[in-house]
Write a protein of this length. Structure first.
Length: 164
């Protein structure tokens, strides 16, 4: 059977075979993944769901000095930021902390302490290099830079795409 699975791996069929043989995991209506009528889900279904990108929202408004509240990446990695069409022109910068409610510092690049800046525009879908946020669990996103924060005309919701 193993050789047969290897043979079919390039065709994507091996996953289907694994899914049929995978053990069932008990779940209920409070689970963060789908359950079948028997109240279980397969381990392979769960693996696929956990590997899927998950959207999170973060709001920047006038009352927060152009920065979001704390975002807990919870072991996931930020890979995309989707900017709304109503975005007031401003790039994005970031802050990070090692603990929830901790001291937030600007995310910087290089030895000169330059802020990590992502060019942003209205209605854009920004790809964030995967390695750039490895090791950061708690972050905040700022409209503008620490020296020149940019107030948004109204609350703006950013959509963050994170992966395991």
């Amino acid at each position: 059977m193993k050789n047969f699975r290897r043979l079919l791996a390039g065709c994507g069929v091996a996953f289907a075979l694994f899914a049929l043989a995978a053990p069932a995991i008990a779940c209920d209506d409070t689970a963060d993944y789908p359950c079948n009528s028997a109240g279980t889900t397969s381990e392979s279904q769960l693996r696929v769901l956990l590997a899927m990108p998950k959207p999170q929202s973060a709001v920047i408004d006038q009352a927060t000095n152009s920065i979001t509240s704390e975002i807990d990446l919870n072991g996931r990695k930020l890979v995309r930021v989707i900017i709304p069409s109503s975005w007031t022109a401003a790039n994005l910068t970031f802050q990070a902390a090692s603990a929830s409610g901790g001291t937030y510092n600007n995310v910087t690049v290089g030895s000169d302490g330059s802020e990590y800046v992502v060019t942003a525009a209205a209605s854009s879908d920004i790809i964030v290099p995967l390695a750039d946020f490895i090791g950061h669990r708690f972050i905040k996103i700022r409209s503008g830079t620490s020296g020149v924060p940019v107030s948004q005309a109204a609350p703006r919701t950013l959509t963050l795409i994170v992966i395991p």
